[in-house]
Design a protein around this ligand. Structure first.
Ligand SMILES: Nc1nc2c(c(=O)[nH]1)N[C@H]1C(S)=C(S)[C@@H](COP(=O)(O)O)O[C@H]1N2
Ligand SMILES: [Mo]
Length: 550
């Protein structure tokens, strides 16, 4: 016979698989539907008050952890027992698992406003756990149920290397079937009979089970964390701005087909970051710490931030990685607290020239102090286009600084600001070959027609956007086939911090044509035709497209 630990191990691993799968399903259905949590909560509800008081007195803030730990220890014991039973006869094991599933499912569905679907993590977990148990027991040669043994079992048992079978034989107890290839198939055919215990196959199977359980559990936890943060995000009530944005001028959006709308909807807003998995930051745990070259270090909670006067501002973000004509630029209405107001609370020392901001996932930006303090609407933003900041765009709080590329200013999920100096600190992208400072370069883009389009000869509209944040766009010119530059019509803008739509009519003649655009900003600077790649501090050159007219 196999040693008792074999059954216990099979039970523990299958129990782990059941929990891992349950955790994974709970990641979709809701973290509160994970049966261990539900059983723990039910235990709390059913615990007599004196015991509860004792637990709180004894374990203090750790009482939740002790409770969940207790549930897990009990679960482990029962799982081991189920495994031992299953080794004798699978049906016993299944019965034990089913009993467990019923307790778990009951605990879940009796929670306030729970639905039947909430039992799915338990049900799926127990089902997969039962499958894993049967698989492990069969794989390692426990006693099978009635009926003929599946051929696969004998086939795989026969493929065990002879050396190991030999080793197993040396340690096997008297009466156990010797695992010798010639004898096995005969034994396998006898349903309900014990077969040779194969330790290696049990252990490799157990390792496989642990890997599956762990991966499913981690994935489920990630998904569940996302759900918890989504729920917290939905619960945020945005205060009214103390300083609302001026209403958009009626002529800000030319409403031309194919032209980027003046306001980029959140779902279409470009996303650039280094995060493989988007940080899930619970606003209730969020803190912003400001320290370094300050008179008084400051720590703010999300509630503290929302209590400060909020400013609304229309600001166009741009990524330094954007090629000329590229898509990594977008315009939104942001709501947030002026960074300068928070920094003034901390009291900046006069030798400070850099704000090194860090996100929840460790990314950093280095932002010039003078830019943030010069009166422009640099914000700790909490909302985007009237919606609580989307998680992908930095919920709960991100920075927005008009005039600077995102990589030196727009820290999402920001949690820490070290007030420092450029000659002492470096932000994330600087040692990776990008300039320490990143003012946005004046740029323009043709949105319609698209390069490569085929057009009909006659009157057409060429249109696009141009930007020169915090300076403002004063003129946009277009030329066809290197002819005369012509002035485009400019849309209105609320201020210098957004992009500006432009359009121009063109009498298209048959043939292939090249269209170029260039902008002039309010400082009088006209975009250079000199082509530069994005690295190290932003691309330059004129956006140029070719179209076919017939
Ligand atoms: N935490 C964090 N914040 C970040 C980044 C990042 O990688 N991590 N990328 C920056 C860059 S390069 C840009 S262009 C902007 C993009 O902001 P968006 O994704 O909301 O459009 O975020 C900035 N903030
Ligand atoms: Mo960027």
């Amino acid at each position: 016979m196999a040693p008792a630990w074999a059954g216990a191990l099979a039970g523990l691993v299958s129990g782990g698989v059941a929990l891992g799968i349950a955790q994974l399903v709970a990641g979709f259905v809701g973290p509160e539907t994970f049966p261990v949590v539900a059983v723990g909560d039910a235990t709390v509800d059913l615990t007599p008050a004196p015991v509860k008081d004792f637990a709180i007195r004894t374990f203090g803030e750790n009482d939740k952890a002790v409770l969940v730990g207790g549930v897990l220890v009990v679960l482990a014991g029962v799982a081991a027992l189920i495994g031992v039973l299953a080794w004798r006869r699978l049906a016993y094991g299944f019965a034990g698992l089913a009993a467990f599933g019923v307790i778990g499912a009951l605990a879940v569905v009796t929670r306030p406003d729970a639905g039947l679907l909430d039992a799915s993590p338990t049900v799926v977990g127990v089902a997969v756990g039962a499958w894993a148990l049967a698989w492990l027991v069969r794989r390692a040669g426990g006693r099978r149920g009635a009926g003929p043994a599946p051929d696969t079992a004998s086939a795989s048992a026969a493929s065990v290397p002879l050396t190991l079978v030999g080793a197993e034989r040396a340690t096997s107890a008297v009466g156990e079937q010797a695992g010798d290839g010639a004898e096995r198939p005969a034994v396998m055919r006898a349903g309900g009979e014990p077969v040779a215990f194969d330790r290696r196959r049990l252990l490799t199977g157990a390792v496989g089970g642990v890997v599956v359980a762990g991966a499913a559990g981690v994935l489920g936890q990630q998904l569940g964390g996302r759900q918890a943060v989504d729920a917290a995000r939905t619960g945020v009530a945005l205060p009214r701005p103390a300083t609302p944005a001026k209403p958009l001028p009626a002529g800000a959006d030319l409403r031309i087909r194919g032209l980027s709308p003046f306001v980029t909807p959140n779902r279409d807003f470009y996303r650039v970051d280094t995060a493989l998995v988007v940080p899930q930051v619970d606003p209730n745990d969020w803190k912003l710490r400001i320290h370094g070259l300050v008179d008084r270090p400051v720590e703010l909670t999300y509630a503290d931030l929302l209590k400060m006067p909020l400013t609304e501002a229309d600001v166009t973000l741009a990524c330094v990685s954007n090629e000329v004509g590229g898509p990594y630029v977008g315009n939104a209405r942001w709501l947030g607290v002026r960074m300068s107001e928070v920094l003034r609370r901390a009291g900046l020392r006069s030798d400070a020239d850099m704000l090194l901001s860090t996100s929840a996932d460790g990314f950093t930006c280095g932002t010039p102090v003078d830019v943030v303090m010069d009166g422009r609407e640099a914000l700790f933003a909490v909302a985007m286009n009237g919606e609580v900041l989307p998680v992908d765009h930095g919920f709960p709080v991100r920075q927005v600084v008009p005039g600077l590329y995102g990589y030196v200013s727009a820290t999402k999920w920001v949690v820490d600001i070290k007030v420092t100096r450029f000659d002492r600190d470096e932000a994330y992208w600087t040692p990776r070959g990008w300039s320490a400072k990143g003012p946005i370069k004046t740029q323009s883009r043709i949105d319609v027609p698209k390069s490569g389009d085929s057009l009909k000869a006659g009157g057409t509209t060429i249109a696009g956007v141009a930007w020169a944040q915090h300076t403002g766009v004063d003129a946009v010119e277009v030329r066809v086939d290197r002819g005369q530059w012509r002035q485009a019509k400019l849309a209105e803008v609320p201020g210098p911090d957004t992009w500006r739509q432009w359009s121009i009519d063109w009498a298209a003649t048959p043939g292939e044509h090249t269209i170029e655009v260039r902008a002039t900003d309010a400082s009088g600077y006209t975009q250079t035709d000199q082509l530069a790649p994005p690295a190290p501090d932003g691309a330059t050159g004129w956006h140029s497209i070719t179209v076919k007219v017939s």
